[in-house]
Ligand binder design. Structure first.
Ligand SMILES: Cc1cc2nc3c(=O)[nH]c(=O)nc-3n(C[C@H](O)[C@H](O)[C@H](O)COP(=O)(O)O)c2cc1C
Length: 325
């Protein structure tokens, strides 16, 4: 699959997740076979006003390439300027957030508020498209009503403005994450669009991804929550697409090695104190469904050094391996 001139070798995408898809997690997803990783959403205002904290969200390494960086905002001039900053940072793809439904973001006319204001959406897209040469993508929801009419309208505008691809998460803005994603809207957008369409929402297993491809005709599957703690889902999708016999879910060794690498990368990137604070909850993602997971989560909540985390992970691994039939 291609997004503009960027080649994606596995049609799987790590969804942008605020506070989660930072560099260490993206590297883990990439190692696990993900075709395209995305940054979390980044404020166009923060970029343009040179906020150091905001700029840090664009940190990257060549290992994770290709990288898509997502920005949000609603002022065409500021969005264009932010897009130039993103392109200059070396990002391969610039993504625009049309889906966030957090009140603070909606109040500024950004995120899914743009789906209610098609004229403003067009201005933003024209300004951004004119500002950069790298591929531009957007990520939308169904819109504000469940029919998907707004998704079709915004998809049409995006294509007119020269957007290279779009991702759709078919829940309404007011739905948040409740209910089920309505994959029929992905199929409708795909049928209309002349650009690649990425389906997103409720893919929990590699088989779900295959079902999404089959039911919607989408060009790539974007996975968010299910990839947190299980980045190997991307390799699973690839294996099923290649019709490899019997996809095997990640084994214990793979999971524990992944946790240790994620921990190490987080300590290197954020420093030990901050990384340990984050790891207190995040390492728990990786043990979902394993025996004694709640004991592990209790223990990991108390760490303040990398060595403590490593010891707890190793002890837990020994316990599970010792019990294995
Ligand atoms: C904690 C969290 C943070 C999110 N942050 C973003 C974001 O920064 N940008 C964005 O476009 N979508 C964001 N989303 C939406 C996801 O990208 C995705 O559309 C949604 O989770 C549905 O996909 P899934 O069922 O595979 O998780 C976020 C979702 C969650 C749960």
């Amino acid at each position: 699959m291609h997004i503009g001139a960027v080649n994606i070798d596995n049609p799987t995408i790590l969804a942008p997740l605020a506070g989660i898809t930072n560099l260490p997690l993206r590297l883990l997803a990439k190692e696990a076979g993900c075709g395209l990783v995305c940054s979390e959403m980044i404020s166009s205002n923060g970029l343009v006003h040179q906020s150091e904290k905001t700029h840090r969200l664009m940190d990257s390494t060549p290992w994770e390439k290709p990288l898509s960086i997502q920005i949000f905002g609603s002022d065409p001039g500021i969005m264009a300027e932010a897009a130039r900053i993103v392109a200059a940072s070396g990002a391969d793809i610039l993504d625009i957030n049309f889906g966030c439904s957090v009140r603070k973001v909606l109040k500024t006319g950004s995120g899914s508020a743009l789906m209610k204001t098609p004229d403003r959406a067009r201005e933003v897209l024209r300004a951004v498209r004119g500002a950069v040469d790298i591929p531009v993508t957007i990520k939308i929801r169904s819109g504000w009503d469940a029919t998907g009419k707004q998704a079709l309208e915004i998809a049409g505008i995006a294509e007119d403005c020269g957007v290279d691809a779009l991702a759709i998460h078919p829940r309404t803005a007011s739905q948040g994450f409740r209910g089920r994603a309505d994959w029929r809207i992905i199929a409708a957008v795909k049928q209309q669009a002349g650009i690649p369409v990425f389906g997103n929402g409720d893919v929990q297993t590699p088989q779900d991804a295959l079902d999404m491809f089959a039911q919607t005709g989408c060009d790539a599957v974007m996975i968010g929550r299910a990839a947190i703690g299980n980045p190997w889902i991307f390799a699973g999708v690839r294996a099923l697409l290649d019709k490899q016999e019997g996809y095997t879910p990640p084994g214990l060794e793979q999971r524990f090695e992944g946790m240790l690498r994620y921990l190490r990368a987080s300590v290197q990137y954020f420093g030990e104190t901050h990384a340990c604070y984050m790891m207190r909850s995040r390492l728990g993602w990786f043990v979902k469904g394993l025996r004694h997971a709640s004991h592990f989560r209790e223990a990991i909540k108390k760490i303040s050094t990398e060595q403590q985390a490593v010891d707890i992970i190793r002890r837990y691994r020994q316990t599970l391996i010792g019990e294995a039939p």
